[in-house]
Design a protein around this ligand. Structure first.
Ligand SMILES: C[S@@+](CC[C@H](N)C(=O)[O-])C[C@H]1O[C@@H](n2cnc3c(N)ncnc32)[C@H](O)[C@@H]1O
Length: 284
C-alpha cells in the first residue's frame, strides 16, 4: 500500500526525543493527572507519533502547542496511550482455574477464620469485562458461599471514560462473544444494537478511577487480578507495581497476572506459584 503524504512527513517515532516525550508527559500530568514516566518509552513514542500524524503536526513542539490548547486532543492522546482492549471471559482457562482450584480455598479459609468478608480487585479493568466475568462466575458457582461470606468486587482503571462505560454495563456483541450462550441469556438483555448486563451482576462490582502505580491508597484484598496491563510499563516500574500489589495482599492472598505477564525481580520472593501456566501466585 502506498504511504500517504502524512506518513512520509512523519516516520513513526523518529522525531520524538526523550525531552519532548517528557514535555508531553508533563502536559498530560498537569491536565489529566496521568503519570506517563513509568510507561515504556518506545511504546509511548509510537502512540504519540500516531496522534501527531493524525493531527498533521509536523513536529513535537507543534503537537505540544496543540495539546495545551485542545482538551479534545488531550482526551484522544490519553485514549491512544491506554489501550482498553478487553472481553468477557478473556482467556477462559484462567477463569476455569479460579473456579476449580482457587476460589473454593479462598471461601473455605474465610469461613474457617470467621473473617466473614472477601474483597476481590481487578486493576486495569478497562470497560469492566473482567470484574463482571468474575461476578458472573461467583453468581453461578459460589452463590451458596456468598450467603455466608460478604463478597465485594472492585474494578479500577486510570481512564475515567472507560470507568464510566463499566458503570453503564453496556457492551457491543464483540465484547461478549466469549460468554457461553446460557450465561448470555441469563445475564444480558438486548439493548439497541448491544447488550446490557442485568442489575444483579452490575450491582456486584464497584468501579473507581485508580492508578496501578498508587496501590498504597488501596484496601487490603484477598484476590487481585492484574492482566494485560503491566506490559505497558518499563521493567523497574513493573517491579514497583508488583511490590505495591504484594503490600495490599495478606499472607495467602492471590495474585492473577494471566499469560502475558510474569513476576519480575526480587518481588518473586514474596510469592509462590499456584498455577505457573495461568500465572496465578499466592502471597507468602
Ligand atoms: C489491555 S487493557 C486490559 C483489560 C483487562 N485487564 C483484560 O485483561 O482484559 C489495559 C488497561 O489498563 C489500563 N491502564 C493503563 N495504565 C494504567 C494505570 N497506570 N493504572 C490503572 N490502569 C491503567 C488501561 O486504561 C486499560 O484499560
Amino acid at each position: 500500500m502506498a504511504a500517504s503524504p502524512a506518513d512520509i512527513a512523519l516516520p513513526v517515532h523518529a522525531e520524538i526525543t526523550d525531552d519532548e516525550l517528557t514535555e508531553i508527559g508533563t502536559i498530560l500530568s498537569m491536565w489529566r493527572g496521568i503519570n506517563m514516566s513509568a510507561y515504556k518509552d518506545k511504546c509511548m513514542k509510537r502512540r504519540v507519533a500516531i496522534r501527531m500524524r493524525s493531527t498533521r503536526c509536523h513536529d513535537a513542539a507543534e503537537y505540544c502547542n496543540l495539546l495545551r490548547q485542545s482538551p479534545l486532543e488531550l482526551d484522544l492522546l490519553q485514549k491512544a496511550l491506554t489501550i482498553h482492549v478487553s472481553q468477557f471471559f478473556r482467556n477462559p482457562s484462567m477463569f476455569d482455574k479460579l473456579r476449580e482450584e482457587v476460589l473454593p480455598g479462598i471461601f473455605s479459609s474465610c469461613v474457617k477464620t470467621g473473617a466473614g468478608k472477601l474483597r476481590f480487585w481487578c486493576l486495569g479493568c478497562a470497560g469492566g469485562e473482567e470484574p463482571f466475568s468474575l461476578a458472573i462466575l461467583l453468581k453461578e458457582d459460589f452463590s451458596k458461599e456468598m450467603r455466608r461470606v460478604q463478597t465485594v468486587i472492585h474494578g479500577t482503571d486510570i481512564d475515567a471514560e472507560t470507568i464510566r462505560t463499566a458503570q453503564q454495563g453496556e457492551y457491543v456483541e464483540e465484547r461478549i462473544k466469549g460468554v457461553p450462550a446460557s450465561l448470555k441469556d441469563r445475564y444480558f438483555r438486548r439493548n439497541g444494537a448491544g447488550f446490557r448486563l442485568v442489575p444483579e451482576i452490575r450491582e456486584m462490582v464497584t468501579f473507581m478511577r485508580g492508578d496501578i502505580t498508587r496501590t498504597k491508597e488501596y484496601l487490603t484484598s484477598d484476590l487481585v487480578v492484574c492482566r494485560n496491563t503491566l506490559i505497558y510499563f518499563a521493567r523497574p516500574d513493573q517491579e514497583k507495581i508488583l511490590h505495591g500489589i504484594a503490600d495490599i495482599l495478606p499472607s495467602g492472598g492471590i495474585l492473577v497476572l494471566g499469560k502475558s505477564e510474569t513476576l519480575v525481580g526480587d518481588v518473586r520472593q514474596r510469592y509462590e506459584a499456584v498455577c505457573p501456566v495461568e500465572r496465578i501466585y499466592r502471597r507468602l
